[in-house]
Design a protein around this ligand. Structure first.
Ligand code: NAP
Length: 339
């Protein structure tokens, strides 16, 4: 089966996505019978589109980002359009996350859905600001929508809830949903360094968001929690309904105090019922060393679903980097094709 893909955003994740198709195209065709053809890439200042498929080896020689799209368009003049082309079978949305207005991603997602084209969202902004509208529009247009990349990426969260826990009631979700803050807290604890030193190291490793306050102030965790809770707890919350406290004010004194009590500080994202109301919170908490969350170290993430019929399900691990996010998008593409 041929599947024509269009990518929006050729940054860190978008480029890794192209690399993965380049590397794994034959294996995926052998294993799943799906021939992935990347037909288009949309950038900030234009789009390249070839119905027969773009030349991936040429594209990967071009620079990362919108600049690379312009370079490709200069070499293959006929493939360049100064507007986004809304064609193909699946959109993979990898542009910036505008969590306040939805940004360009929202426009792309709406336009592709309206044309009956399936969507894999890696960016969070459109879903965080317009979750209900997007889900509704996808239903109306008979479009499949997946967003593993926006919900902790390589750590399976949304698939566990959707497939593995189908029929069970999810009573609560507890997660460490941001690898960067977990890396910082782990480094502070192991090496007795300040949050500034640990953050500097995270920036050097290239694992922070463009604005690192998204990580440090717990906003990225809150976005992922919101998408999981809206997906599984029958709510339609907005970001401002989450109580959010990040790790900015955690000092080495707090880390050592927790250590003395045989505890470890983790940035937890929690969704649970209080009477009949769902409460969403992101906060740093000292957890006992024998709590499953305490064993999650470095850039790893984790989630625990508590259910009425299947007990507690814990999933830990998952690469927190652009390649892991791109791999999660490939997984969504394959699962869309298999459904
Ligand atoms: N990095 C990760 O590990 C990770 C993991 C999970 C999810 N995500 C999400 O995935 C998305 C991409 O992350 P990233 O690390 O790849 O970010 P990035 O390197 O900043 O890439 C974003 C790309 O989107 C492009 N862009 C901006 N406005 C655009 C527009 N109007 N139309 C088309 N493209 C546009 C940017 O263009 P320019 O080149 O012109 O700036 C840039 O190339 C983000 O939303 C992020 O939250 C990232």
């Amino acid at each position: 089966m041929n599947k024509k893909l269009v990518l929006s955003g050729f940054g860190n994740v978008g480029r890794e996505f192209v690399k993965l198709i380049y590397e794994k195209k034959e294996d995926i065709e052998k294993e799943y019978g799906i021939n992935l053809i990347l037909c288009g890439v949309i950038g900030r200042e234009g789009c390249i589109f070839e119905d027969k498929g773009l030349d991936l080896s040429l594209l990967l020689k071009c620079d990362k980002g919108s600049k690379g799209i312009l370079q490709y368009g200069k070499i293959n003049n006929d493939s360049f359009y100064d507007y986004p082309v809304f064609e193909g079978d699946i959109l993979i949305e990898c542009s910036n996350s505008d969590i306040y207005n939805g940004g360009a991603a929202l426009n792309y997602i709406f336009n592709f859905i309206k044309r009956g084209i399936d969507v894999v969202a890696v960016s969070k902004g459109a879903l965080v600001t317009n979750f209900t509208n997007i889900v509704q529009l996808a239903k109306e247009n008979n479009v499949r929508l997946k967003y593993s990349g926006a919900t902790a990426a390589a750590l399976p969260t949304i698939d566990i809830g959707y497939y593995s826990l189908a029929g069970a009631k999810i009573k609560s979700i507890i997660g460490i949903l941001n690898g960067t803050t977990n890396y910082i807290l782990t480094k502070m604890e192991k090496e007795n360094v300040s949050i500034d030193e640990a953050l500097e190291e995270a920036i050097k490793k290239g694992i922070t968001e463009r604005e690192n306050s998204m990580d440090i102030d717990g906003i990225d965790s809150a976005c992922k929690l919101l998408l999981l809770a809206n997906s599984f707890m029958k709510i339609e919350y907005k970001l401002d309904q989450i109580s959010i406290e990040g790790i900015r004010n955690i000092g080495i004194g707090d880390i050592n105090k927790a250590k003395g009590e045989n505890k470890v500080i983790k940035l937890l994202s929690k969704a649970y019922f209080n009477d009949n109301e769902v409460v969403l919170k992101v906060l740093p908490e000292a957890v006992d060393r024998d709590h499953p969350m305490a064993s999650i170290k470095g850039t790893n993430k984790g989630v625990i679903f508590n259910t009425d019929t299947m007990g507690e399900i814990c999933v830990f691990g998952g690469e927190s980097n652009p390649r892991g996010a791109a791999a999660a998008a490939i997984k969504d593409v394959i699962n869309i094709c298999r459904e």
